[in-house]
Write a protein that binds this ligand. Structure first.
Ligand SMILES: [Zn+2]
Length: 81
């Protein structure tokens, strides 16, 4: 009997503007995408639960990185596809 509570799913394709990819506690992925460190239009999204930041315009990488990592640490959703 397999009692594992965390399974890594197949990694989705990496978009061209992918800056960071975190694996979540649920085995899904959180992507940080955008033009890079010196721009305030970077964004993150979770492949497991679909969450993304509420800021429409995005944010700087130093802020996005923390938020995305915090989400990955807490999110238990698994990808449904
Ligand atoms: Zn999530």
């Amino acid at each position: 009997m397999n009692t594992a509570t965390r399974t890594a799913f197949t990694e989705p394709d990496r978009p061209g503007d992918l800056l960071i990819r975190f694996i979540t506690v649920g085995g899904s992925y959180v992507d940080v995408t955008g033009p890079g460190e010196h721009f305030d239009t970077n964004r993150w999204n979770c492949h497991g639960c679909g969450a993304s930041p509420q800021l429409v315009q995005g944010d700087f990488l130093f802020s996005i990185r923390l938020d995305a990592n915090d989400h990955a640490t807490a999110c238990r959703a698994i990808p449904l596809t």
